[in-house]
Design a protein around this ligand. Sequence first.
Ligand code: PLP
Ligand code: COI
Length: 336
Amino acid sequence: MPNIDWDKLRFEYSTTRSNIRFKFQDGKWDSGTLTSDFNVSLHIASSCLHYGQECFEGLKATMSKDGKVRIFRPEQNARRMASTSNYLLGPELPEELFVDACLRVAKDNIDYVPPYGTGGALYIRPLLIGTSPRVGISPSDAYEFIVMAMPVGPYYKEGIHPVDALVMDKFDRAAPNGTGNIKVGGNYAAGLMPAKYAKDRGYPINLFLDSESHKFIDEFGTSNFIGITQDDTYITPKSPSILPSITNDSLMQIAKDAGMKTERRKIPIEELAELKEVGACGTAVVITPISNIAYRDEVFSYGDTCGPVLRSLYDTLTGIQFGELEDKHNWLLEVK
Ligand code: PLP
Ligand code: COI
């Protein structure tokens, strides 16, 4: 039994019992091995190291009220990773292999899942890397698919509280026909400097505009944008260069279930002045409410506490994840 102070957990890396690894060679995947080795041995010319032929995913397993551990919508992450791999000219990654890998690693590390009531989760991090030596730029022949997992605390200890965001006018996250809609590591390397720029100025998160015109909202550095209009419509940007967030998709479904209108459409920057509530959503945080958004010399304000609509969406999604509310869309997959 690991000796973990569940109350001290943050969203940080920690080592657990095992990770699982699958090798792709000669056009096929092996059946995967659990290992307690947390290092990888790579050829110094591996395509993932030089040309960024790698991608990752992030999802959570939570302990429900009934003591069972369940993973949230793993097949959605499987599909997103398959689409990322496809763009990177990587191997086909079957959905069953991905889901089975998550189940096996969660099962082997089941005692690292934060107990019900702590608000924490087992964060599952799948990683796919090209391992063949390459100097000329071409895709790898060999790959490794690794899934690690670690306990993480609730993002906000004292409950969700709003933060301020800075609109990025000098930086872009993704090119119009680039890789913004897939989860390649390079997107996050490119996001480090803009995030630092915002943090240095006192903004914990940054909001990117569409890089072609800078007239429409794209997404936050590591999460999708949600707005609640004056008439309680859930709006979220439609853009080819944002990551299709599984949390956003789930919250939108919950909003529909609650009888709200939902719209996925272009959101002009001026519309920020008309919104009632704004949030950033993603697996790690579920929803971060936004207090103020600074754009050039303007500031758009949404209050110092989480608004009631986002609060209710947050409570419903986390209620489903912790088995307190009915999982009517069959989003949870039990780890047995
Ligand atoms: N947008 C970006 C750029 C992200 O990195 C993430 C997190 O993975 C999200 C959105 C949210 O996606 P999801 O809800 O699937 O975690
Ligand atoms: C999320 O899970 O919401 C993320 O933003 C993932 C990030 C840590 C890369």
